[in-house]
Ligand binder design. Sequence first.
Ligand code: DAH
Length: 354
Amino acid sequence: MTDAKSLQDPFLSDIKAANDLSALEEIRLKALGKQGKVTQLMKSLGKMSPEERQEKGPVYNALRQILTEALANRRHILEEQALEARLASEYLDVTLPVRHQAEGRIHPLSQAMFEAISILKEMGFSVAEGPHIEDDFYNFTALNIPELHPARQEQDTFYFREDASGQRKVLRTHTSPVQIRTMLQSKPPLRIIAPGRVFRSDYDQTHTPVFHQIEGLYVDKNIHMGHLKGCLIDFCRRYFDNPRLPVRFRPAYFPFTEPSAEVDIACTRRNGQLLIGEGEAWLEILGAGMVHRKVLENGGIDPDVYQGFAFGMGVERIAMLKYGIPDLRSFYDGDQRWLKHHGFGAYSSLMGGV
Ligand code: DAH
């Protein structure tokens, strides 16, 4: 029979020496687990005579008590130590200066796009989209630009190879095809803008093969030129942040509108700088007009019941004018120094111009 006294000291010194919680648990099992030595002692009480049990019972109980307490104390110490170690290893010095992180800039094109869209959305337009690769029908024919019409050559189009049916797809030369897609998809009243990328085979200081437009289309009953003018004057004044900006509508020609207009804003040059909103000169910024009857018909809309106005503007152009960027090609150079200079911080862009 194992003597209680002879168990106590070795267990106590083992407990004291246990370096981590799992070592301690092993000792607990050896002493107090189901097969543990102290547990065995406790079990042996059942087979003893009452006298013997009376003598050994308190001794064994005391042993169990002592070891249970020692285990609990040691566990507490080890847990504290583990916590200390964790705190030490995860120590975070919040007073250290932040490590420098390269911060991106919002491209002026994105900024201009964002500002223009925000103003138009506030006026009640919602954003519509169309594909970059267009059918000849949507890009030209439905917009009243017939086969062999000079407008097709004017817009130096990127054509795809003929498909099996003899059709040539195009990279859309403007966002106007979204007008047709919208009219065919939904019923008036329609009030959409279509911002997006367009493509023409052209490259100089004011042309790049890829550029961006925002198309606008408003179709409803009793829409007239006054609505068009009000909407665009308001837009220009808000975009250029000048409530008195002079805006001029000049007669023009587009196959898809009748009458058509080009919209100019006042400007002047002083000390080699372009100043918007003052002076005698005019700068064209967008094309517009009342949607041509034939275009409404091609969109499945009865032109005797509904009228509409439309407009299209170049985003690079309005960005260049607002931010004083002289060369359109620089938008696409990917020059970090240029972007640092002309770009916008993420926060200013959220507030910017709106
Ligand atoms: N699609 C024309 C272009 O790319 C711009 C334009 C002019 C759009 C008049 C319109 C419009 O919706 O009414 O040159």
